[in-house]
Design a protein around this ligand. Sequence first.
Ligand code: NAI
Length: 441
Amino acid sequence: MSNFIVDPSMPLTGLINLAQPLSFAGYQASGGYQGAQKALKMSSAQCLDVVKDSGLKGRGGAGFPTGMKWSFVPMFAEDDVNAPDNKYLVCNADEMEPGTFKDRLLIEGNPQQLVESMLIGAYTIGANKAYIFLRGEYFLAAKRIQTAIDEAYKAGWLGTNIQGSNYQLDLYLHTSAGRYICGEETALINALEGKRANPRAKPPFPQVSGLFGKPTIVNNVETLCNLPHIFKHGGDWFKDFSPNSDPGSKIYGASGRVKNPGLWEMPMGMTIGHVLNDKAKGMQDGLKFRGLLPGGASTDFLVEEHLDTPMDYDNIAKAGSRLGTAGLIVLDDHNCPVGMVLNLLQFFAQESCGYCTPCRDGTPWVVEILTRIEQGNGTLADIDSLEKLCDFMWIGKTHCALAPGAVEPLRSALKYFHDDFLEHIDKGCCPIKHGNKPATL
Ligand code: NAI
């Protein structure tokens, strides 16, 4: 696990203990399950209002308003509670976005928090079955979350008549067989049903027709982990936590050749420069900053001029990128941007489900062209082709967000690092690998 120092004043990570996470008893003694206790005394509709009023937005990458998403689930009538198999809550813990490792921290460091979150979420939407869909390689997280689930059953926070109420919830852990596309919510649902993990056409959205055709909410780990705190302290506390219009905290990350790669929970809206220079301690000695992907690999590059941009959904969008997972992937001057984008596109090409033509044929085509350029065999026509492919693989022309996500680092690299592409073509080689700048320190 990466660098992480606990800040007890932070809601989601303040109780993290990576060496030995809190047991059920320890979690409860530290204030755990107070949010769930409050929720169980309210009706589902009242709980939904709490989530809507809080202004919580999805932390998986897309930033969709959580309360609005939940409000699309039909049937909030009391007599639906405990109707068998009527709705589902699914936690998307299939964390595979490159440069993103925040959900792993939350699950390994405080698994009871996620169990409480699942209880609050499932109760709110009136689901009696909930699933945690976990990345297959997260072995330690799997062990710890299963222990937490077992402990919660024993303590009467899962199962039938939870804490004396007439509400029942069964929570299951499902470990993924391992594909990036399983993190797309409808592909995840297909995988959970035992089918090939191709994304489904939307609409219908899962909120209406999801797992086994029933209304289903799929939310990211970090999104859900906000619930115990919102219910415990209230929506106003959540809004006040952040200095700007996007409420709550955010777990920011940094990877690449910075001095102190890691994860930090802070209020939403800290500037990119603060995360990069104050938390990640800037570039390693001898290296210069060139740019970064602000929210995992499927976001657009930002550069020096953007370092004062607050990391929230609107401001990062205004700067020309997306907040995504808020995991910075930092590019330095000894690494070739063409090579970096090639590396990312190889990943996306390998992870394409192959269903739609722009993604199935577009991603390997981009890899072929970038390989040619990176090896010094490219032409100016190749740059034109890449620009056309960025359009061909964009939103609205593909079955899901994978190909548009793959295009984001590419199109922004063509914008900010255009000269690097031209230099490869001019010199017939990678100027960083073969020029006067060493590729590695
Ligand atoms: P999306 O914007 O299509 O949907 C986000 C959520 O909002 C979904 O739950 C969807 O059902 C809901 N939604 C959107 N429009 C709706 C509408 N009109 N009516 C009802 N519900 C609606 O984005 P998507 O494809 O779910 O996620 C893409 C994001 O995932 C990317 O931004 C990327 O950053 C992130 N991602 C994160 C990964 C990770 O490991 N955390 C891995 C891969 C991608």
